[in-house]
Design a protein around this ligand. Structure first.
Ligand code: PGA
Length: 261
């Protein structure tokens, strides 16, 4: 059975104080009894709060992820953060290729691919983001874009490596806009991605890959999205900054999993 996972991407929000408050709230609500074994929960705060997150969440079932990393191992890259540094701060996951990184920091599929490879090499699980813009969707080229991104970001990945990554489908037009993809729209793309992987690797390869949906996921719409057969979890931005919203999404993921058996 695929891993069901909810990841909160705090983006450039929270400071030392408000971050500690939110982390303690999450720790208090998302107890082992509440989330059980069925759903993995990951919190991705900004870099300066990773140490704090490690201290607060250390003995809980919640894992820590980073929002980005550099693709080189280390050295003269002023202002950058390496995968090994993240590991030393207790990170298990790292988001790579978020559309905001692509848009504002000019990250290409090639760079995202190098980051994902480096993450794996350091023992991190990359959460690799893909997704089309509104113009691309309206032009009817969603599946072409997705196909190009999937092959670009997974260049050089063999089957064993594929099993160690998480993909996140995030339609750019749904991110931070309050306008989520409908469950059917998201399901269609998730199925398409799985079929691509089946074709590219082996017939069942795509079936084992966890694929998250991201884009205006909230406690109110999470259950319907997560009940789709190929949507394994969520990458949550805005709603991850509110403990009740975020834990509501985790609860919805637990219910969806129970329902699917
Ligand atoms: P959103 O962001 O939930 O605020 O739409 C999702 C994301 O960017 O990962």
């Amino acid at each position: 059975m695929r891993t069901r996972l909810i990841a909160g991407n705090w983006k450039m929000n929270m400071d030392r104080h408000s971050g500690a408050v939110l982390l303690n709230e999450l720790k208090g609500i998302l107890t082992p009894d509440r989330i059980g074994q069925s759903v993995s929960v990951v919190v991705c705060p900004p870099f300066p709060l990773l140490g704090l997150a490690g201290d607060i969440l250390g003995s809980t079932p919640l894992s820590i992820g980073a929002q980005n990393m550099h693709h080189e191992k280390g050295g003269a890259y002023t202002g950058e953060i390496s995968a090994d540094m993240l590991v030393s701060f207790g990170c298990r996951y790292v988001i790579v290729g978020h559309s905001e990184r692509r848009r504002y920091f000019h990250e290409t599929d090639e760079i995202v691919n190098r980051k994902a490879l480096r993450a794996l090499g350091s023992g991190l699980t990359p959460i690799i983001c893909i997704g089309e813009t509104l113009e691309e969707r309206e032009a009817g080229s969603t599946m072409d874009i997705i196909e190009r991104q999937v092959s670009g970001v997974l260049e050089g990945f063999d089957r064993a490596m594929l099993d160690r990554v998480i993909l996140a489908y995030e339609p750019v037009w749904a991110i931070g806009t309050g306008k989520n993809a409908t469950p059917a729209q998201a399901q269609e793309v998730h199925r398409f991605v799985r079929d691509l992987l089946d074709e590219r690797y082996s017939p069942e390869a795509g079936e084992g890959v966890t694929i998250l949906y991201g884009g205006s996921m909230k406690a109110e719409n999470a259950y319907d999205l997560l009940s789709e057969p190929d949507i394994d979890g969520g990458l949550v931005g805005g709603a991850s900054l509110d403990a009740r919203q975020f834990t509501g999404i985790v609860d919805a993921a637990c219910r969806a999993r129970e329902h699917q058996g």
